[in-house]
Design a protein around this ligand. Structure first.
Ligand SMILES: *Cc1c(COP(=O)(O)O)cnc(C)c1O
Length: 396
């Protein structure tokens, strides 16, 4: 197993040049690969930073970054309209874990007689969280063509179901396949026609949208704690901010947490047992906080505008070539039909096969996606499409 210094160095060099080459073609995953400035944090790699337990009540006793983690929680809560007095949350290794935390606490709060309601377009981590927590029933509501939960379907579901049960609703700000934003205010108004707030919990999966909607001019989308019915929320940072290790915050109203019965005390590491993981990455919350503070709100506004413009441009180009394509307002996602899956791997794009045999894919125009590479991709898509069109000889 042991290798020589030379082999070691070789492997490092080879892998690094592979990454530098591939990075500019990473279109298919909603992730910002622009993080050269994270080299500033290289000296911290000499330390093992472990945020063991709850950042608000954990006592550490080891090298940790709780102070920075709490500051990040407060800053992001403010961005997402949650009152600083009423904040609880912690940094996780990604929004899948934040979603698991949301489903877990939702069920702790609502009790055993609870069903989980989400959508067909929800991230797979929501249904997985439901299986892990052994929820008694999962309902996946249908979505419209744009990928949003259909309010009529929610209404129909609630009118036909046993409403003596409790409910955990998981809605989404920025779905994975189409970048759709559920209209949570509207959905909540539908729910309120059937049950009272004591009977339900709302978790918002804002893995992507949580770092987009606050930075839109005039804040046209209300997908944060300004909707009073939202109990908790997930928001990822590797998707927008540019950090080398995936990371997310789980945020929750502290007043809601206090009713969840999830607070036994762990003597081993002097913390209430509120977090799913024990050991947690302490470096990435520190990097995320410092980068966010460096970029600033206006910086995020500008970057968001730029990311959305690129998507708008790409979508319009596809339409000009008569390629079936969809882009939701305020979304960096362009969803479109391709005639062959052959080129998708090259650009790290997913393959969505429909029941009618058609193939769709999508791109996210995140920060590292540059105009040159977009042109390249567009040319490839168009040339594949041409191959697919039978040549017609029109005689008049
Ligand atoms: C990315 C994403 C997730 C999962 O986040 P990970 O960080 O990959 O665990 C969940 N939901 C949505 C909507 C996402 O975009």
């Amino acid at each position: 197993m042991q290798i020589s210094q030379r082999e070691y160095q070789n492997e490092l060099d080879t892998f690094l040049s592979y990454l530098n080459f591939e990075k500019k073609k990473c279109f298919g995953i909603q992730m910002n690969q622009e993080n050269q400035d994270c080299l500033d944090f290289a000296p911290f790699l000499e330390h093992t930073l472990n945020n063991l337990g709850d950042p608000f009540c954990g006592e550490g006793g080891h090298l940790e970054t709780f102070k920075y983690e709490r500051e990040l929680v407060r800053i992001v809560s403010e961005i997402l309209q949650l009152n600083a007095e009423d904040v609880w949350g912690y940094y996780t290794s990604g929004s899948s874990i934040s979603n698991l935390q949301g489903v877990h606490l939702g069920l702790r709060k609502m009790g055993e007689n609870t069903i989980l309601v989400t959508s067909e377009d929800a991230h797979n981590s929501i249904t997985k969280a439901a299986y892990i927590t052994r929820v008694k029933q999962i309902v996946q509501l249908p979505t419209n063509n744009e990928g949003q939960i259909d309010p009529d379907a929610l209404s129909e579901f609630l009118s036909n179901t046993d409403r003596s049960q409790n409910f955990v609703f998981c809605f989404c700000s920025g779905t994975v396949s189409k970048g759709a934003y559920d209209d949570v205010e509207l959905l909540v108004s539908v729910i309120d026609q059937y049950i009272t707030k004591e009977q339900y919990y709302v978790h918002l999966d804002a893995a992507l949208g949580g770092m987009i909607t606050p930075f839109l001019e005039g804040r046209p989308l209300k997908l944060d704690f300004s909707v009073p019915e939202i109990d908790s929320l997930s928001v990822s940072f590797h998707k927008r901010v540019g950090i080398p290790v995936p990371g997310s915050l789980f945020l929750m109203r502290r007043s809601s947490l206090m009713t969840c019965n999830a607070n036994s005390y762990v003597e081993d590491y002097a913390s209430f047992d509120t977090t799913i993981p024990g050991s947690r990455d302490g470096l990435t919350p520190f990097i995320t906080l410092m980068k966010l503070k460096k970029i600033g709100i206006q910086g995020m506004v500008d970057r968001t505008e730029n990311v959305l413009q690129k998507a708008k441009w790409f979508h319009e180009r596809l339409l000009s070539y008569d390629i079936k394509s969809l882009r939701n307002d305020f979304s960096p996602c362009v969803y479109f039909e391709v005639s062959s899956p052959d080129m998708l791997k090259e650009f790290h794009m997913p393959t969505y096969r429909k029941s009618d045999g058609k193939i769709y894919t999508h791109i996210f125009t995140m920060e590292h996606v540059c105009q040159n590479e977009l042109n390249n991709l567009l040319n490839k898509i168009v040339s594949y499409k041409k191959k697919d069109i039978p040549v017609l000889t029109v005689s008049k």
